[in-house]
Every structure is written in structure tokens, then in C-alpha cells.
Design a protein around this ligand. Structure first.
Ligand SMILES: [Fe+2]
Length: 179
């Protein structure tokens, strides 16, 4: 089986040029780089069998970028990026970004093909991805750890998750916030 890098004919030098920076990126700069990297992706070349995967496009001193192939629906649960901000570009399908809010009605925002958004490093959010969605996420600085949030006997807890592991849905916290 070929890797997405092989399928897509990705050019490491062009990706490095997009990533290039002498300092950490602001959230909107992450989003702009995600948009630029998306221009190098030809979704028609992808093998869509299997559950999907996250493909590392680059990781350098100041940022890292992932091409996410969501062949199945994916709820990330509520999480933070331990201070790393993120910029997201949607190539195909739909994705929803829901900042964690207390006291009001949660307002997940929907993004479709060609749309870009960003989220601050101090924030806590949850993302939903439609089956078949393709997104690029650029984080700055590179993620050291993910903090995952859920309720345990009604108490909010933060659990560290390694940066290369998918965070699970936050079943109890989701229920509590989406009454
Ligand atoms: Fe996130």
C-alpha cells in the first residue's frame, strides 16, 4: 500500500518553504499556511479505504502541519493544545469548531471546502469532522501535549494526552453542555 505522501506526490521542499519562519506563528499565520499547503494537495489521488489517518506534512522549530483524512466521522472531544495555536483549512467535506463555553448555548461553527479558521493557544475547543472530510491543521509552536477535558462524577478534569494520539470524545461534558 502506498503512503499518502507517495500517492499525493508531495514535495518536501515546497512544504518547507511554506513553513519557513524565524519565530512562532500567530493564529492567522497558521491558517494562511494551512491554506497554502492545501494548494499542493490533489484529493483525487487519495486512497479512501480504511478509517483515515493523520499525515505529518512538516514539523520544524516553530510549527507543525498535519493533513487529516477523516474517512469516518471524528469527534475530538474538548481539548487544549498546551499553548499552541492552530489554523485549519478545509479541503473537502465539513468540519465544526466549538469553543468550550459556560452558561450559554454552545455554538459550533461549520466550515466547508475552501474555508479557513484559527483558534488561540489559550483556548479549549472541540471539533467534529464529517466522514470524508479532508483538513489541514497547522499548530505553532509544535504541540508538546494535548489536555483532554471531561467530567468525572460531575467534576471537570484535564487529562494529558500525548501529542501524536487522538483525543477521545468528552461524553459527559458534551451531555452537560448540550442539554
Ligand atoms: Fe484542537
Amino acid at each position: 500500500m502506498s503512503t499518502p505522501w507517495g500517492e499525493l506526490g508531495l514535495d518536501a521542499a515546497r512544504l518547507r518553504a511554506i513553513a519557513a519562519s524565524d519565530r512562532p506563528l500567530a493564529p492567522h499565520e497558521c491558517a494562511e499556511r494551512a491554506r497554502q499547503a492545501a494548494a499542493l494537495i490533489e484529493p483525487g489521488r487519495l486512497d479512501r479505504s480504511g478509517p483515515g489517518e493523520a499525515v505529518l506534512l512538516w514539523r520544524d522549530e516553530h510549527s507543525e502541519a498535519w493533513l487529516n483524512l477523516w474517512w469516518r466521522p471524528r469527534d475530538t472531544g474538548y481539548h487544549d493544545h498546551t499553548g499552541s495555536c492552530v489554523g485549519v483549512h478545509v479541503i473537502e467535506g465539513r468540519a465544526w469548531n466549538e469553543p468550550l463555553t459556560i452558561g450559554g448555548t454552545p455554538e459550533p461553527r461549520e466550515y466547508g471546502p475552501g474555508e479557513t479558521f484559527w483558534f488561540p493557544g489559550e483556548g479549549i475547543h472541540r471539533m467534529d469532522h464529517q466522514a470524508g472530510a479532508i483538513t489541514i491543521h497547522v499548530y505553532s509552536p509544535p504541540i508538546q501535549a494535548i489536555g483532554h477535558y471531561d467530567l468525572h462524577d460531575g467534576e471537570l478534569r484535564r487529562t494529558p494526552v500525548p501529542p501524536d494520539e487522538p483525543s477521545p470524545p468528552s461524553a459527559a461534558l458534551y451531555q452537560a453542555l448540550h442539554r
